[in-house]
Unconditional design. Structure first.
Length: 105
C-alpha cells in the first residue's frame, strides 16, 4: 500500500470536510443572527462572529441555537464535522510526511 497516497487522500478529504464545516457554520449562524435581529427589531447587534465558539463547541448559547433550530425544523450546525475534518487533515499530514517515498526500502 502506498502510504504517501493515503496521506494525500486524507489531507484532501480532511480539507474538504473542514471547508464544508466552515460554510455550514457560517450559513447557519448568519441566519440565526439575522433572525434574532428581526425578532428584536434590530436591537440585537449580533453578527456571525459572535458565534465563533460554536464552530468547535456545542455548549452554552450554541446549544440554545441548536434546540431553537430543531424546533423550527432547520438542521443545526454540528461541530463534530469540524473535528472530523481536522482529524483527517492532521492524520493525512502525519502519514504523508512519515511515510517513506515509493520504491524506498
Amino acid at each position: 500500500m502506498d502510504f504517501r497516497k493515503l496521506g494525500n487522500i486524507l489531507m484532501i478529504a480532511g480539507s474538504v470536510v473542514l471547508v464544508g464545516a466552515l460554510i455550514w457554520w457560517f450559513s447557519f449562524y448568519s441566519a440565526v443572527a439575522r433572525e434574532l435581529g428581526k425578532a428584536t427589531g434590530g436591537g440585537a447587534d449580533l453578527g456571525v462572529l459572535d458565534a465563533m465558539s460554536c464552530l468547535y463547541s456545542s455548549g452554552g448559547i450554541c446549544a440554545i441555537a441548536t434546540v431553537a433550530a430543531t424546533v423550527v425544523g432547520r438542521t443545526a450546525y454540528e461541530p463534530m464535522l469540524l473535528w472530523f475534518g481536522l482529524a483527517g487533515l492532521v492524520l493525512g499530514v502525519l502519514i504523508r510526511y512519515a511515510a517513506k517515498p515509493s520504491g524506498a526500502a
